[in-house]
Design a protein around this ligand. Structure first.
Ligand code: AMP
Length: 140
């Protein structure tokens, strides 16, 4: 497996070099909205440690990310009036990964509504801002 590349876009978000619509942050993890959501409320949860994916992340960092993913899943059901939640994690190109910093997708789902295709529609920044604020408030 290739080494971790510090120039990936989520590493830049962690370093504050590019903005994100933050939902939650603690000393070990960051959660922010996907800019091309597959459904409203689509959130990405990442460790602050430089893990490429499931194949190299430290187990404790993964456990922390998954606990946060569960918290966000529960809250997003209320915030987005969802009927369920889909979690996804892709590792390496063969596994569908595009950004090579470990991330877990938390996607609120409504009965009978299919996911949009990956990276198909860029959401308006003001919509993401409002959604992130609602999730952040519910998590506080
Ligand atoms: P994947 O690596 O296949 O799990 O997909 C990467 C995800 O990152 C996709 O859902 C993209 O829409 C999302 N994405 C890419 N760039 C950004 C960004 N700057 N901020 C938030 N999400 C992003």
């Amino acid at each position: 497996m290739p080494a971790y590349d510090q120039s990936n876009i989520f590493a830049k978000i962690l370093r504050g070099e590019i903005p994100c619509h933050k939902v939650y942050e603690d000393d070990k993890a960051l959660a922010f909205l996907d800019i091309m959501p597959r459904a409203p409320g689509h959130t990405l949860v990442i460790p602050k440690s430089p893990a490429r994916n499931i194949l190299d992340v430290a187990p404790d960092d993964l456990a922390h990310v998954m606990k946060l993913a569960q918290r966000i899943a529960k809250v997003s059901v209320d915030v987005f009036g969802a009927d369920g939640v889909t979690l996804q994690q892709f590792s390496e190109s063969a596994g569908g990964q595009v950004v090579f910093h470990l991330h877990v997708h938390v996607i609120p789902r409504k009965e009978g509504i299919a996911l949009k295709p990956p990276a198909s529609v860029k959401e308006a920044p003001d919509v993401l801002k409002e959604q992130a604020a609602k999730l952040a408030a519910a998590l506080a």
